[in-house]
Design a protein. Structure first.
Length: 453
């Protein structure tokens, strides 16, 4: 059985296959070839595209020609099958030009770059010469265009140079006129300057004379002012000594005369009101005695502020505070900032004080107890201006003294036996006032009680 052999390539194809370009494609021809391939790329099935061109298949033709120019040019050069598919698109789009090139006739009216691009894609016999001739034609046209542009530019520059020369001459004439005016102004200014220098020298001499007289007056004034200041300091010292002595005398007289009287009177009121309250609570008639009074027995002890705590449900139950304030002549002492910083620490200090004092005023009106609120004032430069609310005594500690020390002094000032309740969460304050006979309660108890007010 005879064996078949593949058909021999046509002479034109064999010649085209061995033809090669002796130099790179001209840039204009290369852009035309890439543009034709970019337009035809979407018509080629994705499976038949070279792998390097598949990422550009989804782009628009303009984007393909811009981003994938190098890859398209390389594929056209190295992938004959891809170049054949693009050549088929060219045959369909420009049949007249393709027929003329394949028959060996170059249309005279066709663009040399279009002829070179189609010849590069179709590869007919003599295609390399067509591409080379097109490149030379383009280079010749560009050279002629560049020469014409250079001639036009030379004419333009010559015209601009002539205009600049005319402008330079005019500017030189103006500068010469201005220079003459400047010289005249300079001479006039020199004359004025000499006159001003003479005036300045006379003014400087007068200034030196006035300065000497002023210095003499200053020295005399400084001597007199020093004597006056010395006398004023001496008199202020004597006035301060007299005021200190007067204040000490007033304080000694006031403390010696009234402190013990107030303590005794307050203790007497506590005893009297306590007896009256006990009489009302027991409902005893106003009799001087009973037969049973002679019978010996153990009488119950009088309730103290510490005993009241036994009837409270919780350590911070506000009912305990109500029981303490119900005792006769109770004195409620509040550690102000300790309470406000536990209850509403985010407010400014001024609003903390106002909110606490407003609640204490209503509590004092409801319980009729004596209420004193103490704030720390050791770092204050001057007394805080405020209008204390009704029924509440507001005190700030002195410079160098803490609020805790002022609270302990207030407790020590009370007579033994009077109910004193101190509101503070500070353990040191609570221990100190407890030793002095007062009843400490936590700040949370007062805050819960003020919510109900």
């Amino acid at each position: 059985m005879p064996t078949s052999t593949p058909d021999a390539p046509a002479p034109a194809e064999s010649e085209a296959a061995v033809e090669q370009l002796d130099r790179p494609l001209p840039e204009g021809v290369r852009r035309r070839v890439v543009g034709i391939a970019a337009d035809a790329l979407s018509a080629v099935p994705l499976a038949e595209l070279p792998s390097r061109l598949r990422p550009y298949a989804k782009f628009t033709p303009v984007q393909r020609a811009k981003r994938g120019a190098t890859a398209i040019a390389a594929a056209l050069e190295t992938e004959p099958a891809f170049r054949s598919r693009i050549a088929e698109r060219v045959r369909q789009g420009q049949p007249d030009l393709v027929s003329a090139l394949e028959s060996g006739v170059v249309p005279a009216a066709a663009d040399p770059q279009d002829i070179a691009a189609v010849a590069y894609l179709l590869r007919p016999a003599g295609w390399s010469k067509l591409v080379g001739d097109a490149g030379e034609e383009v280079e010749r046209a560009e050279s002629e265009g560049a020469a014409a542009e250079a001639a036009r530019l030379v004419e333009k520059l010559q015209a601009e140079l002539s205009a600049l020369r005319d402008a330079s001459r005019a500017e030189s004439d103006r500068s010469r006129v201005e220079l003459d005016e400047v010289r005249r102004d300079r001479d006039s200014l020199r004359r004025k300057l000499r006159s001003l220098e003479a005036d300045t020298k006379r003014a400087e001499a007068a200034t030196r004379k006035v300065a000497a007289e002023l210095e003499a007056l200053r020295a005399s004034g400084a001597t007199e002012r020093g004597a006056v200041d010395s006398e004023v300091r001496r008199l202020k010292h004597r006035v301060a000594e007299a005021e200190s002595a007067l204040e000490a005398a007033k304080r000694a007289s006031r403390e010696g005369r009234s402190a013990e009287d107030i303590r005794l009177r307050l203790l007497l009121d506590v005893v009297l009101q306590g007896a009256q309250g006990l009489q009302r609570e027991l409902g005893l008639p106003p009799l001087s005695g009973r037969p049973a009074d002679s019978v010996e027995a153990v009488a119950p002890a009088t309730a103290s502020p510490h005993d009241v705590a036994r009837r409270a449900l919780d350590a911070d139950d506000p009912a305990l505070l109500d029981q303490l304030l119900a005792l006769p002549q109770t004195h409620l002492v509040v550690d102000g900032y300790n309470v406000t910083k536990s209850g509403y620490p985010t407010l400014p200090l001024e609003k903390q004080r106002a909110r606490l004092l407003n609640g204490l005023s209503m509590l004092a009106a409801h319980s009729r107890a004596e209420v004193t609120c103490v704030f720390d004032g050791k770092d204050l430069d001057a007394p805080v201006p405020m209008a204390p609310p009704r029924g509440v005594r507001v005190l700030f500690s002195r410079s160098g003294e803490t609020a805790d020390e002022l609270i302990r002094r207030l407790v020590r000032a009370e007579p033994e036996g009077r109910p004193v309740v101190v509101v503070s969460t500070d353990r040191e304050v609570a221990d100190g006032v407890r030793k002095a006979g007062a009843r400490p309660v936590p700040s949370a108890m007062l805050l819960r009680r003020l919510v109900r007010t």
